[in-house]
Ligand binder design. Structure first.
Ligand SMILES: [Zn+2]
Length: 289
């Protein structure tokens, strides 16, 4: 009887998980005639398709891979030649092994590989396919038909492993998690992220793009240069306010509670995964160093 109850319980948990899973829908945004953005759960995926190949940026979670493959098959049947990770986090690299077939080359900044090697040591069952096969320290360029794809590392921004990927002809920039469009950013301080680096990364992006560039943020809806400039302005204002609080001797607890530091922006940016309080804690901790 006990066993039967346990089986029923397991069945119910399984059914619940499956029903939760069904709710994730992979949405496709067509950004240009060759570049798409796919949204599901986790980081936004970029997809570039030309006459012979396809090229993917980030891959969310392994459990979503079948759905993502189905969504891609509605766009193209071209083989996946390159897969690139914008940084090491699991909601951007979780599907690596599912997409990294014999004919696909997985590319990322050096520190993504270092981080995933550690993960593999802890969980060898993930398999070596999760590891990037080509890594770069600062920059990499790929030439595909008439498109040039630039990947460039930005230092200590969201993590220590961030890269932005720019499709020059299509004029699309995937910023990974160095941009959370319409939400407060997250700097993963334990993995090398910092407020200063995050701001520098956005300044670099603004230098690279023009008024017509379409931006794929790590999370949130597609964006553009003007919105990114406004975002930078918000980050700099909050940074100044936090630095003033630090200079006047405020503690972490005081800054966490002091809503006036960010109240001007909370309605527009503070409703997502990072609350205003959490954002103030991250800024304080990073800038106090
Ligand atoms: Zn991330």
């Amino acid at each position: 009887m006990k066993h039967l109850n346990l089986l029923i319980l397991l069945f119910l948990i399984h059914s619940f998980c499956r029903s939760q899973e069904k709710e994730v829908i992979i949405k496709v945004d067509t950004l240009t005639s060759e570049v798409y953005m796919l949204t599901g759960q986790g980081g936004n995926i970029g997809l570039y398709v030309n006459a012979t190949n396809s090229f993917m940026i980030d891959d969310q979670f392994a459990r979503l891979s079948p759905k993502i493959k189905l969504a891609i098959s509605s766009i193209t049947d071209k083989p996946l030649k390159y897969l690139i990770n914008t940084h090491m986090h699991g909601d951007h690299t979780g599907g690596n092994a599912e997409f990294n077939s014999e004919s696909t080359i997985l590319i990322a900044q050096n520190n993504v590989r270092t981080s995933l090697e550690k993960k593999l040591e802890e969980k060898p069952e993930l398999g070596k396919d999760i590891l990037p096969e080509i890594t770069f320290s600062e920059e990499l360029q790929l030439f595909e038909n008439d498109e040039t794809i630039m990947a460039f590392h930005v230092h200590n921004a969201h993590t220590d492993s961030d890269a932005m990927i720019y499709f020059m002809k299509n004029n699309v920039l995937h910023m990974g998690d160095t941009y959370f469009s319409e939400r407060y950013p997250y700097m993963d301080l334990k993995n090398g992220g910092s407020v200063e680096g995050y701001i520098s990364a956005i300044e670099k992006a603004i230098m690279v793009i023009d008024d017509n560039t379409i931006i794929i943020p790590g999370h949130g809806r597609p964006s553009n240069k003007q919105k990114l400039i406004d975002y930078l302005d918000m980050l700099e204002t909050i940074k100044e306010n936090i630095l003033k609080a630090i200079a006047s001797g405020d503690t972490l607890e005081q800054v966490e509670k002091n809503s006036s530091i960010s109240s001007k922006y909370d309605d527009d940016f503070g409703t997502g995964f990072i609350s205003p309080e959490r954002m103030r804690i991250i800024f304080y901790t990073s800038l106090k160093k």
